[in-house]
Design a protein around this ligand. Structure first.
Ligand SMILES: [Zn+2]
Length: 163
């Protein structure tokens, strides 16, 4: 039966990952956090890259959210100018504002569409999910077989298909 990863389940996993990303050697991370060097090596090879990819995706989502907010701000201003131009009877300016507003809407639709294609990533990096995951794994402690099966299934969900 494949062993679960002692680094992934380690209470200081975040700190270990940060140390490894920061260039700490397997040996120093292992001795610092009282896990085996082999476990660190396996974790670094199999689990850390997937986690970094997820972090990167989360970062991209955050950047997209920021972009969307900026486009919304532009849209508010364009509509504001449209109102003023209409009140002043400046039809040429009003038409320009309408064109800008339409462009903003197209951009917003595109940005929101891009985000919709990767909702799963948000779930896997959310603190709620990581907490729930830890609770599930902890609750299955007295049932090693079920625990192993659940851990394997969770690894699959986290990493995509694994050999
Ligand atoms: Zn691991």
């Amino acid at each position: 039966m494949p062993r679960s990863c002692t680094v992934c389940e380690h209470p200081d996993r975040e700190a270990i990952d940060r140390a490894l990303v920061g260039g700490a050697s397997n040996r120093s991370a292992a001795s610092l956090y009282d896990v085996s060097e082999a476990a660190v090596r396996r974790h670094k090879g199999n689990h850390l890259p997937a986690k970094l990819v997820m972090a990167q995706a989360a970062e991209e989502v955050a950047q997209a959210d920021d972009l969307i907010e900026q486009v919304r701000d532009l849209q508010r201003r364009a509509l504001d100018i449209l109102d003023k131009a209409e009140e002043a009877g400046e039809l040429r300016t009003a038409l320009g504002a309408i064109r800008e507003a339409r462009g903003n809407l197209e951009l917003l639709a595109k940005l929101l569409g891009d985000l919709d294609e990767r909702p799963v990533v948000n779930v896997l990096v959310s603190p709620e999910w990581l907490e729930l995951r830890a609770v599930i794994v902890g609750a299955l402690e007295p049932h090693p077989d079920a625990r192993g099966a659940v851990l394997r299934a969770l690894e699959g969900a986290d990493n995509g298909s694994r050999a």
